[in-house]
Design a protein around this ligand. Structure first.
Ligand SMILES: NC(=O)c1ccc[n+]([C@@H]2O[C@H](COP(=O)([O-])OP(=O)(O)OC[C@H]3O[C@@H](n4cnc5c(N)ncnc54)[C@H](OP(=O)(O)O)[C@@H]3O)[C@@H](O)[C@H]2O)c1
Length: 331
């Protein structure tokens, strides 16, 4: 008899999150009620926002409940359905959480084409991170041909898409990434004009050298010192999209420098949350899927096996141990 392996939040972290904050249990596989669908997950998405949900501080989303199944994006297969919109065997993407099976009423569940594209891409480049890249780049930075766009966490789930979209728009994407291997991949595979290793002892000089024309668009995924250095290189009328500040999720907050630069250089800086723009998701996913079908969108994945591996995988994601989209293979 199959059981439903589940990962629960056992207690909130007081400092850095560790696997000890989670508890793994076996529960019966639930039976779908009227209008419900039973989904067996094949992949779970691990995302930096999950760190924020572990805290009960006020934020844009409700905190993760202690003792409940961890929330998270999933792809899977319909195992049973009492809903006419979903049939047995459909590949679906939803918010099934850190567990093997979930029930859905269909509201947050979407059937996807898993034949042409590996299904887990709907958790990465063709999913929430891809839409995040699309929104921040197109709606906040709006790059013009010939402009320079700097992208931090350049090879990650969001950053890898930003770089490629910026290049398609005729801009010159420049990346910041952790380590030589990630930087080489950014330039050779993702089309960045240059990529600077933030772990290099001469990072500040290398960043300056990679930005001979300054920065017109800054897509910020990380925060911390590299962000503060980047702010110094912003051009007049540049745009800064604050997407994430992962360096500060478990460390000191990222401070702003003298605000005078925003005035003198007429800089626009805007934070955004992709779930505020659900109306634009179909357009964004449509454009990203078309690029993927034409082999014009590349991505990498770091895949860990088994739900038991999910807590450590989250810790590793928060410490830059992923190379591309962080996923857990569920079956
Ligand atoms: N605003 C929104 O709606 C929205 C939606 C999705 C994601 N986000 C944000 O976008 C950012 C990227 O998310 P993602 O899912 O694409 O993750 P990701 O980039 O695939 O993974 C996180 C990466 O952050 C980099 N990093 C740099 N400095 C770090 C530090 N001090 N500590 C930890 N990691 C560091 C690491 O790459 P290197 O080794 O290359 O440095 C790490 O691999 C995150 O800040 C996330 O919160 C925002």
């Amino acid at each position: 008899m199959p059981t439903n392996t589940q990962v629960l939040l056992d207690h909130r972290p007081t400092g850095k999150v560790s696997p000890a904050c989670f508890r793994i249990v076996e529960a019966p596989v639930p039976a779908p009620g009227p209008g419900e669908i039973l989904v067996r997950h094949t992949f779970l998405s691990l995302d930096p926002y999950m760190r924020g949900r572990l805290s009960d501080a006020k934020s844009y989303a409700k905190p993760q409940e202690v003792g409940a199944v961890m929330g998270g994006g999933t792809v899977g297969v319909v195992e049973a359905s009492n809903n006419p919109r979903f049939k047995l065997g459909d590949a679906v993407v939803g918010m099934g959480g850190w567990q093997r099976y979930s029930l859905s009423d269909g509201a947050m569940l979407r059937v996807v084409d898993a034949k042409a594209i590996p299904v887990q891409a709907y958790l990465g480049s063709l999913g929430m991170p891809g839409v995040t890249a699309w929104y921040g780049l197109n709606k906040i930075i709006a790059p013009k041909a010939g402009e320079t766009v700097l992208v931090s966490a350049a090879t990650g789930a969001v950053g890898s898409v930003v770089g490629q979209l910026a290049k398609n728009a005729g801009a010159r994407p420049v990346g910041i990434a952790g380590g030589k291997e990630k930087c080489a991949y950014a330039v050779k595979e993702l089309g960045y004009g240059a990529c600077v290793d933030h772990k290099s002892p001469t990072f500040a000089d290398e960043l300056k050298a990679a930005l001979p024309d300054g920065i017109d668009g800054l897509f910020e995924n990380v925060g911390g010192e590299p962000f503060q250095l980047a702010l110094r290189r912003l051009n007049d009328f540049s745009r800064v999209a604050i997407c994430g500040l992962i360096a500060s999720y478990e460390a000191a907050p990222t401070a702003l420098p003298d605000m005078r630069i925003f005035l003198v250089k007429r800089i626009k800086m805007e934070g955004f949350i992709v779930s505020d723009h659900m109306d634009l998701w179909p357009q964004a996913i449509g454009e990203l899927a078309a690029l993927a079908a034409a082999n014009k969108l590349k991505w990498r994945e770091t895949i860990r096996d088994g739900l038991e591996a999910a807590p450590q995988a989250l810790v590793d994601l928060l410490h830059g141990q992923n190379f591309g989209k962080m996923l857990v293979r569920v079956d």
